[in-house]
Design a protein around this ligand. Structure first.
Ligand SMILES: Nc1nc2c(ncn2[C@@H]2O[C@H](COP(=O)(O)OP(=O)(O)OP(=O)(O)O)[C@@H](O)[C@H]2O)c(=O)[nH]1
Ligand SMILES: [Mg+2]
Length: 247
């Protein structure tokens, strides 16, 4: 991955407005305050976009919305809130400018490319369930004078918290070095949702719960020994692909 600040400064420099795309399931975790400060310091307008609204409870989101301003909820997949977002962009776009560039930033996999495609009305920015998919900046025209700048998802190399990367899918499950530890911390906060997804008892001990899931999903080594590493990889994959709805 290219240097975080190289990409960030490049995007902010080219943009008049910046949209930070957040994941509705993990709004706080997908905020990058350093990035937000830099956007403001450069005098650029910041719009918060909470995407993947279809995967979270409305009540929780309404509360978040009051903390972030201006903020628009969307679901790129369900095309919910897209017209509202376009109006919000137009409201902040300098009327005297012939060309307004809106940078789209956020952690990998929050749905930057998907939001752009929803605004454009057809697929122009390639999308993938694998995080780190967009590799370079790409300018996409959505109205006669508004251009969106798709960017690679970035986070600072200082962020080494594997559990957070697993949680918000910023690092693809296949690249997480110790899937078992990542899953253990995921289980700590999402025990109920995960146990119910796999149809196992909600055990208090996370390691024992992972063993239960391994057995239930038939992830076993020769001799019937539960393969917790394989089970952890499967769980991370399901989690990151949005198969497990949080409760
Ligand atoms: N359920 C749901 N899934 C979404 C939504 N928007 C995007 N996704 C999914 O999230 C995954 C990532 O979407 P992308 O648009 O590629 O995300 P990105 O932020 O551009 O990712 P990078 O280019 O890797 O940084 C894909 O599997 C999308 O289908 C949404 O509103 N709801
Ligand atoms: Mg992308």
């Amino acid at each position: 991955m290219k240097n975080f600040w190289d990409i960030v400064n490049d995007v902010i420099g080219q943009s008049d407005i910046v949209m930070e795309i957040l994941d509705a399931r993990f709004v706080e975790e997908t905020r990058n305050k350093e990035l937000e400060d830099r956007i403001r310091a450069k005098g650029k307008k910041l719009i918060f976009v909470i995407n993947k609204c279809d995967l979270a409870e409305k009540g929780v989101l309404e509360k978040k919305k009051r903390e972030l301003n201006p903020c628009v909820f969307v679901s790129a997949i369900k095309r919910f809130g897209i017209t509202m977002l376009l109006h919000e962009i137009q409201r902040h776009a300098d009327k005297s400018k012939e060309r307004v560039v809106v940078g789209v930033v956020g952690y990998p996999n929050t749905g930057k490319s998907s939001v752009i495609n929803a605004l454009k009305g057809r697929a122009s920015a390639p999308v993938s369930p694998q995080s780190g998919f967009t590799k370079a900046l790409q300018l996409i025209r959505i109205t006669s004078r508004i251009y969106l700048l798709d960017t690679p998802g970035v986070y600072s190399y200082m962020e080494k918290d594997a559990a957070k990367h697993a949680l918000i899918s910023s690092m693809d499950f296949s690249r997480i070095k110790d899937p078992e530890s990542a899953v253990i911390s995921l289980l700590e906060y999402n025990r109920k949702a995960i146990a119910s997804h796999y149809g196992v008892k909600e055990l208090k001990d996370s390691e024992a719960l992972l063993v239960e899931i391994a057995v239930k999903m038939n992830k076993v080594k020769k001799g019937g020994v539960p393969d917790t590493k394989l089970a952890a990889q499967m769980l991370l994959k399901d989690w990151q692909r949005g198969k497990i709805r949080i409760i």
